[in-house]
Ligand binder design. Structure first.
Ligand SMILES: Nc1ncnc2c1ncn2[C@@H]1O[C@H](COP(=O)(O)OP(=O)(O)O)[C@@H](O)[C@H]1O
Ligand SMILES: [Mg+2]
Length: 365
């Protein structure tokens, strides 16, 4: 079986690495001939809108998937007339635009932060009357890792926010004073079987995910049930196949959906060592219509992203319960270069291990 992946980043790379033990082969399509997945798959460097390249890409593939959500929808549709494409292009479309995405959640009765479309300076002033301050102004499309968004805290910040983002379609959201951020990784197979990983607690800094903890400390079975129920609505509405990640804000003990990603997700990297079967393998099983593997956690995991620089590897590798993943990318500020997963038998061991790990990373940065 050969799988095509649109996008050649670290997610594509980890999908391929998870697929080889299952006897699968991979072809990836990326703009850059240097894409990290190219080191572990047959990489085609081409523009997603180049239909001749798409035809060549599709030749001989059994199924096509994506590893980043800004793959343009038209090429995904074009490919879906030649080969099975999962998740469905409709899911890509729904997730690419923050306004469409929030309206999608709203239609399904999935709670979200308050949001209003903003296309002009007047829209922004009116919207701010509704949300009050603070509020978050975001571009509707192409935002990631906190890019394309500004928190407006005071009236004096409003015009600067408009200066920096105005001119493209925007969305204004009420600022949620959340207790914490959690995410749900849900998976649905081509044959309708579904499975859910335990809720993950996520910590962002400057809009970039730094740390994920799974199981999320103190997550009750009620909260897990709430997340699974909300995710099930999204899976059903999209007739979804593959892994779907939903980021939530937890406030007053309940969940507000922030955004979703129709793909494997950074907050699921811990599953490689910390779950019976990883998100990557389960995504592949799902799109192939194979039985899903167990999503049960194995011990307690903490996943730390390596961003911008790579710390001293010898001291990291000396930690016995630590697993290192490097993506084969050149260091650059704010770039995700790899991640570390600490997997230990108890929540206490996770706390102490994490404190030690942070010290190590701090020392070598
Ligand atoms: N409405 C909001 N209220 C409070 N914090 C927010 C809000 N929207 C975003 N954030 C913060 O910014 C981070 C990144 O925003 P998000 O919408 O998830 O964009 P990205 O696509 O960059 O991940 C969130 O994880 C959260 O920490
Ligand atoms: Mg996010």
């Amino acid at each position: 079986m050969q799988i095509g992946i649109l996008g050649g980043g670290q997610l594509g790379r980890m999908l391929a690495l998870a697929g080889y033990p299952l006897g699968l082969r991979f072809r990836t399509l990326d703009l850059s001939s240097e894409a990290p997945a190219g080191q572990v798959s047959e990489l085609m460097a081409a523009d997603f809108n180049d239909t001749d390249a798409l035809k060549r890409f599709a030749r001989g593939l059994d199924v096509v998937t994506y590893e980043f959500e800004n793959v343009p929808v038209d090429p995904a549709r074009f490919l879906s007339r030649r080969v099975a494409v999962f998740p469905p292009p409709e899911a890509l479309e729904a997730a690419q635009d923050r306004l469409t995405e929030k309206r999608f959640f709203e239609r399904l009765g999935i709670p979200t932060p308050p949001f209003i479309a903003v296309d002009s300076w007047d829209d922004l002033k009116n919207a701010l009357n509704d949300t009050g301050l603070p509020a978050v102004l975001k571009t509707r499309r192409f935002g990631y890792d906190g890019k394309g968004q500004v928190v407006i805290r005071k009236t004096e910040d409003v015009s600067a926010a408009w200066q920096s983002l105005g001119g493209v379609p925007l969305i204004l959201e009420g600022f949620v004073a959340f207790e914490r951020e959690v995410s749900m990784l849900a998976v649905r197979s081509r044959n309708g079987e579904t499975a859910f990983y335990p809720l993950v607690e996520n910590h962002h800094h400057e809009g970039i995910l730094r740390l994920s903890l799974c199981p999320a400390p103190g997550a009750t079975s009620e909260l897990q049930g709430e997340a699974e129920e909300l995710a099930s609505r999204a899976l059903a509405a999209l007739n979804y196949t593959g892994v779907l990640a939903i980021e939530f804000f937890q406030r007053d003990g309940h969940l507000l959906a922030n955004e979703m990603a129709p793909r494997v997700h950074n907050s699921g990297h811990w599953t490689i060592e910390g779950a019976e079967v990883s998100q990557f393998e389960n995504h592949l099983r799902a799109i192939l219509g194979w039985p899903l593997g167990s999503t049960a956690p194995v011990g307690f995991s903490a996943m730390l992203n390596l961003i911008g620089t790579i710390p001293d590897l010898r001291s990291l590798l000396a930690m016995k319960n630590l697993h290192l993943h490097l993506y084969g990318k050149a260091p650059r500020p704010n770039r995700k270069l790899g991640h570390l997963t600490l997997r230990v038998p108890s929540a206490e061991a996770r706390d102490t291990g994490l404190a030690h790990l942070r010290q190590l990373i701090g020392q070598s940065e």
